[in-house]
Write a new protein. Structure first.
Length: 288
């Protein structure tokens, strides 16, 4: 086919940039195969780049637009050892970009890499977002996409387990206030966001989310009605009607009229002596 070119050699003699410029100057059509620590292929038509591939052990990453091509060439440009060969074109036959444009994208990525290295982030053991900033910041949509890609879906219960309920409520309310969170449709926790906002904004009329606690399940009826065994340290079931004489009951009734104290329902289990201690404390309050 007219315009095809056959060329091979070593990357130690020719850089990726050199090879791209040769293809452009000669205005040749073909596919440039790169073999080294990484493997790739760059496709040309009349000296312009039409696509690129980064070939892995299992899958290949295809670059069919300028951004994707630039990413692949950026990776391949780090190779300084290996071989190359130019053969018949077998790439896409659609849009094409000049070598200058794709190399400009590669140079831009290398510049960004330099800044990351200088900041000490490139080979750090780990990287996390700072907790405090000095002044308000504005995040562009493309930058926001970067942040979102780092955060996996999470639930309130998971955050509560890690940070505590109060901190988790504040985090979720902030996300809702900023309008940057959404419930996952079909998830068990779907709909928590709107409910959370309503609970926090509520000023009266029932418990807020911070006041809610898990209610204990009631004891089985059979456990509550079981008769205790006798003994000095045995827990006994207090029945107000039979716990004292009728005179004592009358006194207790009078105390109830004037004093708000500790009371024990019939289902409460108390140790011997505790009920008498409660009565004694309440009597002192009544005397005052």
């Amino acid at each position: 086919m007219e315009g095809q070119m056959h060329l091979s050699g070593q990357l130690s003699d020719w850089s990726i940039k050199d090879l791209l410029q040769i293809m452009q100057v000669t205005q040749k059509t073909g596919s440039l195969d790169i073999e080294g620590e990484r493997r790739g292929r760059i496709h040309f038509r009349d000296g312009s780049v039409t696509g690129a591939e980064l070939i892995g052990a299992k899958d290949s990453y295809l670059g069919s637009d300028r951004g994707g091509i630039g990413d692949i060439l950026y990776v391949l440009s780090t190779l300084d050892d290996g071989s190359f060969a130019v053969g018949a074109a077998d790439g896409p036959d659609g849009s094409a970009w000049s070598v200058e444009d794709v190399l400009a994208d590669v140079d831009a990525l290398k510049s960004l890499e330099g800044e990351v290295i200088d900041a000490g982030l490139f080979e750090a053991a780990g990287v996390r977002l700072v907790k405090n900033i000095d002044s308000p910041i504005t995040i562009d949509p493309e930058d926001w996409g970067v942040l979102v890609s780092l955060v996996q879906p999470f639930t309130f219960s998971h955050l509560e387990e890690r940070m505590g309920r109060g901190a988790a409520v504040r985090v979720f309310h902030t996300l809702h206030r900023l309008g940057v969170a959404e419930a996952i449709v079909g998830d068990e926790e779907s709909g928590w966001l709107d409910g959370l906002s309503e609970d926090i904004a509520r000023e009266s009329g029932g418990q807020t989310l911070l006041e809610q606690v898990d209610e204990k399940e009631p004891e089985p009826e059979s456990e509550r009605e079981r008769e205790p065994e006798s003994g000095p340290d045995t827990e006994v079931q207090v029945e107000p009607a039979a716990a004292a004489t009728s005179a004592d009951s009358a006194d207790r009734d009078k105390e109830h009229e004037d004093v708000v104290g500790v009371s024990a329902p019939a289902s409460t289990t108390l140790t011997d002596g505790v009920y008498d201690e409660i009565r004694r404390l309440r009597s002192k309050v009544a005397e005052k």
